[in-house]
Design a protein around this ligand. Structure first.
Ligand code: ATP
Length: 279
Protein backbone atom coordinates (compact mmCIF):
# COMPACT_ATOMS: atom_id res chain seq x y z
CA UNK A 1 0.00 0.00 0.00
CA UNK A 2 1.25 3.50 -0.84
CA UNK A 3 2.28 5.80 1.98
CA UNK A 4 1.68 9.55 1.78
CA UNK A 5 4.62 11.94 1.58
CA UNK A 6 2.93 15.28 0.84
CA UNK A 7 -0.74 16.20 0.97
CA UNK A 8 -1.69 19.55 -0.55
CA UNK A 9 -5.06 21.27 -0.71
CA UNK A 10 -5.95 24.71 -1.98
CA UNK A 11 -2.39 25.97 -2.28
CA UNK A 12 -1.85 29.38 -3.91
CA UNK A 13 1.75 30.45 -4.57
CA UNK A 14 3.06 33.94 -5.27
CA UNK A 15 6.27 35.89 -4.71
CA UNK A 16 5.73 38.79 -2.31
CA UNK A 17 2.83 40.93 -3.43
CA UNK A 18 3.24 39.79 -7.03
CA UNK A 19 0.62 37.93 -9.05
CA UNK A 20 -0.37 34.37 -8.28
CA UNK A 21 1.98 32.05 -10.17
CA UNK A 22 0.65 28.61 -9.19
CA UNK A 23 -2.63 27.15 -7.96
CA UNK A 24 -2.88 23.58 -6.64
CA UNK A 25 -6.43 22.62 -5.67
CA UNK A 26 -5.28 19.13 -4.63
CA UNK A 27 -2.12 17.04 -4.95
CA UNK A 28 -1.05 13.79 -3.33
CA UNK A 29 2.61 12.83 -3.57
CA UNK A 30 3.39 9.29 -2.46
CA UNK A 31 6.45 8.07 -0.57
CA UNK A 32 9.14 6.10 -2.39
CA UNK A 33 10.52 6.24 -5.91
CA UNK A 34 10.81 9.12 -8.31
CA UNK A 35 8.30 11.92 -8.82
CA UNK A 36 8.81 14.17 -11.85
CA UNK A 37 7.34 17.68 -12.02
CA UNK A 38 7.05 18.80 -15.63
CA UNK A 39 5.62 21.82 -17.43
CA UNK A 40 6.52 24.57 -19.83
CA UNK A 41 8.94 27.33 -18.88
CA UNK A 42 7.73 29.75 -16.18
CA UNK A 43 4.72 27.66 -15.18
CA UNK A 44 5.81 27.21 -11.55
CA UNK A 45 7.84 23.99 -11.35
CA UNK A 46 10.64 25.50 -9.26
CA UNK A 47 8.07 27.38 -7.22
CA UNK A 48 6.44 24.10 -6.22
CA UNK A 49 9.84 22.65 -5.29
CA UNK A 50 10.76 25.74 -3.29
CA UNK A 51 7.44 25.59 -1.47
CA UNK A 52 7.66 21.90 -0.54
CA UNK A 53 11.37 22.17 0.30
CA UNK A 54 10.88 25.26 2.51
CA UNK A 55 13.32 27.24 0.38
CA UNK A 56 11.56 30.45 -0.53
CA UNK A 57 8.56 32.43 0.71
CA UNK A 58 6.10 31.38 -1.94
CA UNK A 59 2.90 30.51 -0.08
CA UNK A 60 0.11 33.04 -0.40
CA UNK A 61 -2.41 30.69 1.21
CA UNK A 62 -3.02 26.97 1.71
CA UNK A 63 -5.75 25.05 3.45
CA UNK A 64 -3.46 22.03 3.76
CA UNK A 65 0.26 21.51 3.16
CA UNK A 66 1.40 18.47 5.14
CA UNK A 67 4.64 16.49 5.03
CA UNK A 68 4.58 12.91 6.32
CA UNK A 69 8.03 11.89 7.64
CA UNK A 70 8.89 8.19 7.87
CA UNK A 71 8.60 8.42 11.65
CA UNK A 72 6.44 10.58 13.82
CA UNK A 73 3.40 12.69 13.19
CA UNK A 74 2.65 14.60 9.97
CA UNK A 75 4.31 18.02 9.83
CA UNK A 76 2.22 20.96 8.69
CA UNK A 77 4.61 22.87 6.40
CA UNK A 78 2.33 25.89 6.56
CA UNK A 79 3.29 26.26 10.22
CA UNK A 80 6.99 25.77 9.35
CA UNK A 81 6.71 28.68 6.93
CA UNK A 82 5.70 30.94 9.82
CA UNK A 83 8.90 30.06 11.73
CA UNK A 84 12.18 32.00 11.67
CA UNK A 85 14.71 31.18 8.92
CA UNK A 86 16.91 29.24 11.36
CA UNK A 87 14.08 26.89 12.37
CA UNK A 88 13.18 26.26 8.74
CA UNK A 89 16.83 25.58 7.91
CA UNK A 90 17.09 22.97 10.65
CA UNK A 91 13.85 21.35 9.48
CA UNK A 92 15.28 21.16 5.94
CA UNK A 93 18.54 19.71 7.23
CA UNK A 94 16.63 17.00 9.08
CA UNK A 95 14.55 15.79 6.15
CA UNK A 96 15.55 17.23 2.77
CA UNK A 97 18.52 17.32 0.42
CA UNK A 98 18.81 19.30 -2.81
CA UNK A 99 20.52 19.08 -6.20
CA UNK A 100 20.38 22.10 -8.49
CA UNK A 101 21.42 22.65 -12.08
CA UNK A 102 23.73 25.46 -10.88
CA UNK A 103 25.60 23.00 -8.69
CA UNK A 104 26.35 25.17 -5.58
CA UNK A 105 29.59 23.26 -4.98
CA UNK A 106 32.06 24.71 -2.44
CA UNK A 107 34.94 26.11 -4.56
CA UNK A 108 37.58 25.95 -1.79
CA UNK A 109 37.14 22.22 -1.26
CA UNK A 110 38.13 19.35 -3.54
CA UNK A 111 35.60 17.34 -5.50
CA UNK A 112 35.88 14.48 -2.98
CA UNK A 113 35.39 16.80 -0.01
CA UNK A 114 32.32 18.27 -1.66
CA UNK A 115 30.81 14.84 -2.21
CA UNK A 116 31.62 13.65 1.30
CA UNK A 117 30.46 16.77 3.16
CA UNK A 118 26.73 16.05 3.63
CA UNK A 119 27.32 12.44 4.65
CA UNK A 120 30.07 13.41 7.14
CA UNK A 121 27.90 16.19 8.60
CA UNK A 122 25.26 13.54 9.20
CA UNK A 123 27.69 11.30 11.07
CA UNK A 124 28.25 8.70 8.33
CA UNK A 125 31.70 7.13 8.06
CA UNK A 126 33.40 4.80 5.56
CA UNK A 127 31.74 6.53 2.63
CA UNK A 128 34.66 6.90 0.24
CA UNK A 129 34.23 3.48 -1.38
CA UNK A 130 30.59 4.21 -2.06
CA UNK A 131 31.41 7.59 -3.62
CA UNK A 132 34.11 6.05 -5.81
CA UNK A 133 31.64 3.41 -7.00
CA UNK A 134 29.12 6.13 -7.89
CA UNK A 135 31.87 8.06 -9.71
CA UNK A 136 32.73 5.00 -11.79
CA UNK A 137 29.08 4.49 -12.64
CA UNK A 138 28.74 8.09 -13.82
CA UNK A 139 32.03 7.90 -15.77
CA UNK A 140 33.90 10.40 -13.59
CA UNK A 141 37.63 9.64 -13.70
CA UNK A 142 38.97 8.41 -10.31
CA UNK A 143 41.60 11.18 -10.20
CA UNK A 144 38.86 13.82 -10.19
CA UNK A 145 38.18 12.88 -6.53
CA UNK A 146 41.14 15.05 -5.47
CA UNK A 147 40.64 17.75 -8.11
CA UNK A 148 39.76 21.39 -7.53
CA UNK A 149 36.25 22.31 -8.56
CA UNK A 150 37.64 24.95 -10.93
CA UNK A 151 39.51 22.24 -12.90
CA UNK A 152 36.35 20.31 -13.73
CA UNK A 153 33.93 20.74 -16.64
CA UNK A 154 30.31 21.84 -16.17
CA UNK A 155 29.06 18.31 -16.77
CA UNK A 156 31.59 16.84 -14.32
CA UNK A 157 30.51 19.36 -11.67
CA UNK A 158 26.90 18.44 -12.20
CA UNK A 159 27.67 14.77 -11.67
CA UNK A 160 29.56 15.66 -8.46
CA UNK A 161 26.59 17.65 -7.21
CA UNK A 162 24.36 14.72 -8.08
CA UNK A 163 26.52 12.31 -6.05
CA UNK A 164 26.64 14.79 -3.17
CA UNK A 165 22.83 14.88 -3.13
CA UNK A 166 22.66 11.10 -3.22
CA UNK A 167 25.13 10.82 -0.33
CA UNK A 168 23.01 13.02 1.92
CA UNK A 169 20.90 10.54 3.89
CA UNK A 170 17.68 12.57 3.91
CA UNK A 171 14.37 10.95 3.15
CA UNK A 172 13.46 13.43 0.37
CA UNK A 173 15.86 14.52 -2.38
CA UNK A 174 14.67 17.54 -4.36
CA UNK A 175 16.30 18.06 -7.76
CA UNK A 176 15.80 21.14 -9.95
CA UNK A 177 17.01 20.12 -13.43
CA UNK A 178 19.71 17.97 -11.77
CA UNK A 179 20.82 16.54 -15.13
CA UNK A 180 20.13 19.66 -17.22
CA UNK A 181 23.80 20.07 -18.29
CA UNK A 182 24.32 16.43 -19.24
CA UNK A 183 23.98 14.51 -22.48
CA UNK A 184 21.13 12.04 -22.76
CA UNK A 185 23.20 8.94 -22.03
CA UNK A 186 24.78 10.43 -18.87
CA UNK A 187 21.43 11.81 -17.69
CA UNK A 188 19.98 8.30 -18.01
CA UNK A 189 22.93 6.85 -16.02
CA UNK A 190 22.26 9.41 -13.25
CA UNK A 191 18.58 8.54 -13.12
CA UNK A 192 19.26 4.79 -13.09
CA UNK A 193 21.58 5.29 -10.14
CA UNK A 194 19.16 7.59 -8.36
CA UNK A 195 16.21 5.27 -8.82
CA UNK A 196 18.12 2.25 -7.55
CA UNK A 197 19.51 4.05 -4.49
CA UNK A 198 16.20 5.65 -3.56
CA UNK A 199 14.52 2.27 -3.72
CA UNK A 200 17.23 0.62 -1.58
CA UNK A 201 16.93 3.31 1.11
CA UNK A 202 13.16 3.90 0.95
CA UNK A 203 13.71 7.52 -0.01
CA UNK A 204 11.82 9.73 -2.47
CA UNK A 205 13.21 11.91 -5.27
CA UNK A 206 11.18 14.89 -6.45
CA UNK A 207 12.65 16.10 -9.73
CA UNK A 208 11.85 19.17 -11.83
CA UNK A 209 12.68 18.52 -15.47
CA UNK A 210 11.93 19.71 -18.98
CA UNK A 211 12.93 16.30 -20.31
CA UNK A 212 9.68 14.42 -20.92
CA UNK A 213 11.53 11.37 -22.27
CA UNK A 214 13.48 11.15 -19.00
CA UNK A 215 10.24 11.36 -17.02
CA UNK A 216 8.67 8.71 -19.23
CA UNK A 217 11.66 6.40 -18.71
CA UNK A 218 12.16 6.79 -14.95
CA UNK A 219 9.25 8.41 -13.07
CA UNK A 220 6.89 6.53 -10.81
CA UNK A 221 4.61 9.55 -10.67
CA UNK A 222 4.52 12.51 -13.11
CA UNK A 223 2.92 15.77 -12.00
CA UNK A 224 2.21 18.02 -15.01
CA UNK A 225 1.86 21.72 -14.26
CA UNK A 226 -0.61 23.04 -16.79
CA UNK A 227 -0.75 26.52 -18.20
CA UNK A 228 -3.89 28.57 -17.50
CA UNK A 229 -4.91 32.04 -18.65
CA UNK A 230 -6.57 34.49 -16.27
CA UNK A 231 -7.29 38.05 -17.33
CA UNK A 232 -4.63 37.79 -20.02
CA UNK A 233 -2.00 36.48 -17.56
CA UNK A 234 -0.62 32.97 -17.58
CA UNK A 235 -0.07 30.94 -14.42
CA UNK A 236 0.38 27.30 -13.45
CA UNK A 237 -2.35 24.90 -12.40
CA UNK A 238 -2.19 21.31 -11.15
CA UNK A 239 -5.18 19.11 -11.86
CA UNK A 240 -4.83 15.98 -9.74
CA UNK A 241 -6.79 14.06 -12.37
CA UNK A 242 -3.98 14.70 -14.87
CA UNK A 243 -1.26 13.17 -12.68
CA UNK A 244 0.33 10.03 -14.17
CA UNK A 245 1.09 6.95 -12.05
CA UNK A 246 3.22 4.02 -13.11
CA UNK A 247 1.54 0.66 -12.63
CA UNK A 248 3.25 -2.55 -11.54
CA UNK A 249 3.33 -3.57 -15.22
CA UNK A 250 5.59 -0.58 -15.94
CA UNK A 251 3.09 1.44 -17.99
CA UNK A 252 1.43 4.68 -16.90
CA UNK A 253 -2.17 5.36 -16.14
CA UNK A 254 -4.02 8.59 -15.54
CA UNK A 255 -7.33 8.77 -13.74
CA UNK A 256 -7.94 5.07 -14.41
CA UNK A 257 -7.07 5.23 -18.15
CA UNK A 258 -3.89 3.68 -19.65
CA UNK A 259 -1.34 6.11 -21.12
CA UNK A 260 0.74 4.12 -23.63
CA UNK A 261 3.23 6.94 -24.41
CA UNK A 262 3.65 9.38 -21.51
CA UNK A 263 6.06 11.62 -23.43
CA UNK A 264 3.58 12.24 -26.22
CA UNK A 265 0.65 12.49 -23.83
CA UNK A 266 2.43 15.19 -21.82
CA UNK A 267 3.75 17.08 -24.86
CA UNK A 268 0.20 17.39 -26.14
CA UNK A 269 -0.98 19.03 -22.90
CA UNK A 270 1.80 21.20 -21.53
CA UNK A 271 1.93 24.15 -23.93
CA UNK A 272 -1.78 24.54 -24.60
CA UNK A 273 -3.69 26.79 -22.18
CA UNK A 274 -5.84 24.59 -19.98
CA UNK A 275 -9.36 25.44 -18.88
CA UNK A 276 -9.94 23.94 -15.41
CA UNK A 277 -13.43 22.53 -14.85
CA UNK A 278 -15.47 24.78 -12.55
CA UNK A 279 -15.75 23.35 -9.01
N1 ATP B 1 12.14 35.07 -6.93
C1 ATP B 1 11.08 35.40 -7.67
N2 ATP B 1 10.47 36.59 -7.52
C2 ATP B 1 9.39 36.93 -8.27
N3 ATP B 1 8.85 36.13 -9.20
C3 ATP B 1 9.43 34.94 -9.41
C4 ATP B 1 10.57 34.50 -8.66
N4 ATP B 1 10.92 33.26 -9.07
C5 ATP B 1 10.04 32.95 -10.04
N5 ATP B 1 9.15 33.94 -10.24
C6 ATP B 1 8.04 33.94 -11.20
O1 ATP B 1 7.19 32.84 -10.90
C7 ATP B 1 6.73 32.20 -12.07
C8 ATP B 1 7.08 30.72 -12.01
O2 ATP B 1 8.52 30.62 -12.03
P1 ATP B 1 9.26 29.22 -11.83
O3 ATP B 1 10.71 29.51 -11.79
O4 ATP B 1 8.65 28.48 -10.71
O5 ATP B 1 8.87 28.49 -13.20
P2 ATP B 1 9.50 27.18 -13.84
O6 ATP B 1 8.35 26.40 -14.35
O7 ATP B 1 10.41 26.50 -12.89
O8 ATP B 1 10.31 27.84 -15.05
P3 ATP B 1 11.60 27.33 -15.86
O9 ATP B 1 11.23 26.03 -16.47
O10 ATP B 1 11.77 28.40 -16.90
O11 ATP B 1 12.74 27.25 -14.90
C9 ATP B 1 7.35 32.95 -13.26
O12 ATP B 1 6.38 33.86 -13.73
C10 ATP B 1 8.51 33.70 -12.63
O13 ATP B 1 8.72 34.91 -13.31
Amino acid sequence: MQQPLFRIEELHCAYGNGPKVLYVPQLHIERGGLVFIVGSSGVGKSTLLETLGLMNRTIRSASRLDFFPAEGRPKPLKACWAQPDQARASFRQQYFSFVFQQTNLMPNFTAGENMMAPALLNGQIGIQDKIRAYMAQLKLPPESFGASISDLSGGQRQRLAFIRGLMAPHEVLFGDEPTGNLDRHTAHSCMELLKRELRNDDRTGIIVSHDLALADAFADQIVPILLTMNDGRTSGFIDHQQVLHREATGSFHCNGEPVPNAEQWLAARLDTPYQPAKA
